[in-house]
Design a protein around this ligand. Structure first.
Ligand code: ZN
Length: 572
């Protein structure tokens, strides 16, 4: 007779426990969305420093004076304004206490195939010991269409301010050479003339090139010379705000873009290439003005120039080599970097963790081979469905843009919101599939299937696209570790441990997706969608139906985000 109340108490306790778990999904969804938002906002340059900061520090406000002088008007090769800018640079270098040399040369304009007189400006800050020099490069010509405040006035100003700061701290161990190239916009002519004819070129050990393809955003170390492990290791030590990843170079290699660094790399010089790329709408136009130049981007460029010139100017030996590094920054604070051998070891570690998960999963009968195979299909189907949704929404946006002028203008100026809206709807569609599948096939099968997909991507990139392998391997390691612990200890699948395991995926993929968007704009929808849907597949259990008050919470939240983003795009 007493057994009835006991059973009641047990079942009440179970119900209470069940209802607790029904809110863990809300917490997980909130944490992951908030983290994503913070990461997008944090993908920005540091705050600009005022003119009053100590002279040893780079100040964007001080550098801005130079941009003002340089970018008052367009100054293409051959224009009167070009001569004024040249005079401004040589005068400023003399005021700093350096002795600028003007290297006269003739180049051939790649557009009209005509000989062009060129004048590179070079200033050498002598080092204390003989050895290779560090060369800082910016081009001082602009396109004729605009004043070139960002491209490349900001970099010219950066070099002038850096020269001033370093002159006051000299000598460094090695020579630091400032090169203001001419005729970059006409086909990298000044850089070519320097490499071919300038005696200082022979002694260059490292090239740091500063560029812009827009007016704002963080300054990205987007390109390196081959065999970059030593360089990246030193950038990690020297830069206070490193923004870099080994994938950007893999992508850049495949694009037909050139900067002065192309010339140096072709001639066999080691080098690093920096640029800010947001606000591409102003690139090579009349609106590449002082007003539109982001002060933070200028600050970021200056921080790199001062910190790296100082660092490489004082190393005992410039010794590039040691293979290519795999690298990425976390929140622009830390540069994680390692060798390709370590990359392979990480893949093996991920494989071992997966073996552990699968062993426990099958042993506890939470995994079944048939359901696992179907779940892999579902994980992939979610991605395909998301991509289809993005395509459909892009079609609708295009149709609206053709029909309504105001939509047409807004796609130009608030394109980011359209892409974000399409991606959110894509995620909503994928989430419907994942929520259904979680009910049908169980969390462990679906999570294991998603991890197998990520493992496949890890293997592919480790073998053939190593610069991208970090994107897949690190999230997989943490997810597999969390699932291994959950299965090993028999703790509930819906625990906070799994949430912690999902955080590296967001931490690595969201900033990457944001950079893909800034680099490729409206054309980035499909790649961004694929990246984020893969993240969703990996953490679907954490925000899935078993951990929500209602199974529909996830799809509704994502759809609501899509509607809000679409509405703000139209209203802007
Ligand atoms: Zn440029």
């Amino acid at each position: 007779m007493t057994s009835v109340p006991v059973q009641q108490i047990v079942s009440m306790a179970q119900q209470r426990r069940g209802s607790d778990y029904r809110w863990t999904g809300i917490v997980a969804l909130g944490v992951l969305l908030l983290l994503g938002l913070v990461l997008v906002l944090a993908d920005a340059p540091p705050a600009p420093l005022a003119a009053g900061v100590p002279a040893a520090q780079f100040s964007a406000e001080r550098a801005l004076k130079h941009v003002e002088a340089i970018a008052a008007a367009p100054h293409p090769v051959g224009s009167a304004r070009h001569i004024e800018v040249e005079n401004y640079i040589t005068t400023t270098l003399r005021q700093i206490g350096l002795t600028p040399q003007v290297q006269k040369a003739t180049g051939r304009d790649r557009w009209i195939d005509m000989p062009m007189p060129l004048e590179n400006i070079v200033a050498d800050l002598k080092g204390s010991t003989p050895g290779k020099s560090v060369l800082l490069v910016a081009h001082y010509d602009s396109v004729s269409a605009g004043p070139g405040a960002s491209d490349d006035g900001a970099a010219v100003a950066t070099l002038l301010e850096t020269a001033k700061i370093l002159k006051s701290q000299a000598p460094f161990k090695r020579d630091i050479v400032f090169l203001f190239t001419d005729g970059e916009e006409l086909g990298l002519m000044g850089a070519q003339a320097f490499v071919d004819q300038n005696p200082l070129a022979k002694n260059v050990g490292l090239v740091l090139n500063f560029e812009a393809r827009g007016t704002s955003g963080p300054v990205i170390l987007f390109e390196t010379s081959d065999q970059n492990a030593w360089l990246i290791d030193n950038v990690g030590k020297a830069a206070s705000h490193p923004v870099a990843n080994s994938l950007s170079y893999e992508i850049y290699k495949r694009l037909p873009n050139d900067t002065d660094l192309t010339v140096f790399k072709r001639a066999g010089y080691p080098g690093l290439n920096f640029a800010f790329i947001e606000g591409v709408i102003h690139y090579h136009t009349a609106t590449d003005t002082l007003q539109n130049l982001n002060r933070g981007s200028l600050q970021h460029q200056g921080d790199y120039a001062v910190e790296l010139a100082r660092w490489f100017g004082n190393v005992d030996q410039i010794e590039p080599g040691h293979g290519n590094a795999i690298y990425f920054d976390v929140l622009g604070k830390v540069l994680v970097h390692y060798s390709s051998r370590t990359g392979t070891l990480l893949l093996i570690a991920a494989a071992l963790l997966l073996v552990w998960v699968f062993f426990r999963g099958f042993q506890q009968r939470k995994l079944s081979a048939a359901r696992l195979v179907v779940s892999i299909g579902i994980a992939l189907a979610g991605i395909v469905a998301a991509l289809a949704a993005v395509l459909a929404i892009q079609r609708i946006t295009m149709a609206l843009a053709m029909r309504f002028q105001h939509v047409h203008t807004s796609t130009l100026y608030s394109g980011g919101y359209y892409v974000a809206a399409a991606v959110a709807f894509g995620l909503a569609v994928a989430s419907v599939i994942y929520v259904w599948a979680l009910k049908r096939f169980g969390p462990v099968n679906l999570a294991a299937a998603a991890m197998l997909v990520w493992f496949g991507l890890s293997v592919w990139t480790t073998l053939w696209l190593q610069g991208m392998s970090y994107v897949w391997v690190w999230p997989l390691l943490f997810s597999a570790l969390a699932w291994g612990f959950v299965l090993e200890t028999g703790r509930q699948e819906r625990s906070m441990l799994l949430l912690a395991g999902a955080i590296p995926a967001v931490l690595i993929v969201v900033p990457l997706a944001h950079k893909v968007f800034t680099a490729f704009g409206l054309g980035s929808g499909l790649i961004v969608s694929a990246l984020l849907t893969l993240v969703l597949s990996l953490c679907a259990v954490q925000v899935g139906p078993d951990s929500m008050p209602r199974p529909s919470v996830l799809p509704i939240t994502l759809s609501a985000a899509g509607i809000a983003l679409f509405a703000s795009a139209l209203l802007m």
